[in-house]
Design a binder for this molecule. Structure first.
Ligand code: NAD
Ligand code: WQD
Length: 336
């Protein structure tokens, strides 16, 4: 069977493609390389041990999509392609709505035209908003996103649900990821942020490698055990395996399912710094500062549904997440 992976050259996509190449699925990557490098595609092939098809192109370009569906018999799509920088989304919201929402509509139209109605979508824990109390469950009401990026994920979830309501021959899996960190054990692929990182782990690894002088800890007066924000960090390879489980289900029967992909455990910013220092042997300079706008105190998953229905659970702990993030960063200080 052949799987189209949009955004497959990116951070989570590349790790998922490596795991897919170890199964019997053939893969096609479509990526416009706006937030990744072609080098990652070569490394996916190296780690996966076999070839794949790569199209450099945009999900906004219908002709490119139609070309892919005409040239290949695509059985299902894993749809990672999106812009994901929360802060940037507040500056250029239209670009985010266009790329993420219009891009997904374009993709779904091309899929329907080609008779391919099976999709696994990258959603985010951000759709739970700030009011729900952790552990977060899939049946909780959605919150209000605090930024346009998060709103694109809420809109796309709604659009996919409406597509299914209108035509229940579709098979759709909405995967709500928690905070993705870590890298492939080889140190050959990993997260490669452009410019100053937005997220905690790549910021820590850049401080550790000497690219940034210190980490700013955003807030120390939250209602958490040590006052810093608590999140559910999940290893990217565990996340990749979750996609394979979801894909297997999507290919089996029509339906629409929503799954949290998280570990169910929360770690504070100071916990992550301590775990990283232990894993790397490098001291992390940090300064406590004000809270970051839009942040919440605590966010972690109830991952029970994915275990019950997909047989999937995260198995890699915080130490392994830090060791693997550090191996990637120290072996590739300038990224790809
Ligand atoms: P990433 O930026 O590394 O990967 C996204 C890929 O999509 C990039 O390679 C980029 O070049 C490509 N892309 C973007 N717009 C495109 C377009 N119009 N056409 C073709 N390709 C396009 O990000 P990631 O961390 O791997 O995230 C993957 C998905 O998971 C995204 O949808 C993101 O919103 C979602 N997500 C990520 C996290 C996280 O913690 N990293 C958490 C929740 C959800
Ligand atoms: C984690 C914790 C920060 C950076 C974001 C998106 C979410 C999802 C995952 C895509 C928080 C603190 C961070 C720093 C810090 N992405 N922090 N100093 O905000 O939980 O989630 O990424 O869907 O939608 O919102 O992740 O890694 O930015 O922050 O103190 O320099 O680390 O305050 O407590 P977040 P994060």
């Amino acid at each position: 069977m052949t799987i189209l992976v949009t955004g497959g050259a990116g951070y989570i996509g590349s790790h998922t493609c490596v795991e897919l190449l170890k199964t019997s699925y053939d893969i096609i990557i479509l990526d416009n390389i706006s937030n990744s490098k072609k080098e990652s595609v070569d490394r996916i092939k190296e780690l996966g041990g076999r070839d794949l098809k790569f199209y450099e192109g945009d999900i906004l370009d219908r002709a490119t999509l139609d070309g892919i569906f005409t040239e290949n018999k695509v059985d299902a799509v894993i749809h990672f392609a999106a812009l994901k920088a929360v802060g940037e989304s507040t500056q250029i919201p239209l670009t985010y709505y266009d790329n993420n929402v219009s891009g997904t509509i374009n993709l779904c139209k091309a899929m329907a035209a080609a008779g391919c109605k099976k999709i696994v979508f990258s959603s985010s824990a951000t759709v739970y908003g700030s009011e729900n109390i952790s552990p977060l469950r899939e049946d909780m009401p959605l919150g209000k996103a605090t930024n346009p990026y998060g709103t694109t994920k809420m809109f796309i979830e709604q659009i996919l649900q409406d597509i299914y309501t209108a035509d229940n021959s579709w098979s759709i899996s909405l995967l709500r990821y928690f905070n993705t960190v870590g890298a492939h054990k080889s140190g050959r692929i990993g997260e490669n942020p452009n410019g100053e990182p937005n997220n905690l782990m790549p910021y820590i690894t850049q401080v550790a490698v000497g690219k940034r002088p210190f980490l700013t800890v955003h807030g120390s007066n939250y209602d958490t055990p040590d006052g810093t924000g608590v999140r559910d960090y999940i290893h990217v390879v565990d996340l990749a395996m979750g996609h394979i489980s979801a894909l297997d289900k999507v290919l089996q029967s029509p339906g629409l399912d929503i799954y949290n992909l998280g570990t169910g455990k929360g770690y504070s910013v100071l916990d992550v710094i301590a775990a990283f220092e232990k894993a790397s042997g490098v001291k992390i300079n940090y300064k406590i500062a004000e809270r970051r706008t839009g942040d919440i105190a605590t966010c972690y998953a109830d991952p029970g549904k994915a275990f019950e229905q997909l047989g999937w659970k995260a198995v890699r702990g915080i130490d392994e997440m830090c060791e693997d993030s550090w191996r990637w960063q120290s072996q590739n200080p300038e990224g790809y």
